[in-house]
Design a protein around this ligand. Sequence first.
Ligand SMILES: Cc1ncc(COP(=O)(O)O)c(C=O)c1O
Length: 403
Amino acid sequence: MPVKSYSIAESKALMDRYEAVLVRGYAPHKNLSGMLQKGYPVFIDRAEGARFWDVDGNGYLDYLMGFGPIVLGYDDPAVCEAVREQMARGTVYNTAHPRELKVAELLVDAIPGAEMVGFFIGGSAATSSAVRLSRAYTGREKVIRCGYHGWHDWARPGDVGVPEQVGALTLSVPYGDLDALEECLKAHDNQVACLVMETIQEAGPPEGFLQGCVDLAHASGALCVFDETKVGFRVAFGGAGEYYGVTPDIATFGKACCNGYPGSLIVGRKEVLGAEACRSVWMTATAHGDPLSLTATETVMGELKRRDGIAYQWKIGNRLMEGVNAVCEEAGLSYHLVGVGPMPRPQMDEGDQDRCMDMLRGCLARGFYLHPTHPMFLSLAHTEEDIEQTIEAIRESIADLDD
Ligand SMILES: Cc1ncc(COP(=O)(O)O)c(C=O)c1O
């Protein structure tokens, strides 16, 4: 397929104005300047299904999907209709509403180990609530984190603007290393309230790792929190905990649970979440339990079940990984995908980065948006044909490298 002339001039022009008025740190994960330098578009005009169009009019098959939330597709008709109906009935109420109860009961039914539920806005609020609840439950203050858990103070020790005393309460351990975790717990004996573990990192958890996290945390009197923000409603409804058959004390969800609406949630054991010590923990915000996000969650759950959506994500994700890896290996390009089907993670050798980036730019020009470093996300709007075309676009872009 010949590549049309490709321009991101309008993205560049808007970026000049953007930097003058937008506060720098409010969305640094998008790395707009860096991505622009790499040749990626940084302003989106609209999105539909598994595709988006940038402000220059270029269309792309998307593999980032809003950094993960879009699991059904950008404009999934079932979510759009349900949310529109709810919008007409109100977007924030001053009391509880029946859908809160209904969705909580659906989650308790769907997720192993879920006995109580809390609703929040944004994944950071969900993980922070799990930390505060754990501190209240155990009467301890230190937290061990592993992975990315959001932007709140406890999760960003050492960052500019985070008080040193607050940062000192957060310890970190490497992923997949139970010995390091055991050592850390020992070194802070009787002080750790919880371990917060991002369940799927790198190529996924080593055998027995997640159960080991729960067991070691419990042996030291701490709670174990699984941060399922990226993989909940993807590898299984209950994320990696359900997929690998391990039940934490608390699990946190965001992103895909609302197909792009801002809600997030926690589930966990009643013995913890319903304990006297946890009943007075203050975690409220005006929009927590907002009817639009809950409508989206209810619809996402229904659609994933009706369309066997978890299995579908695995099927197309596995095919993408297998096809991309075969093409790149055959061509001697180090770009490859690791991890789990619903969330493949790109990797490339340091010495081969220029060629890999040229290949990815070739894909962009052909209408395929593959982020160079961030895990990718599949959706129910990606067709099997889309996957085959992506593999073909990579093959063609590799062929261009030698021209
Ligand atoms: C594993 C994990 N936890 C927590 C968060 C924070 O969620 P949010 O950005 O919605 O606050 C993220 C966001 O990427 C995440 O990937």
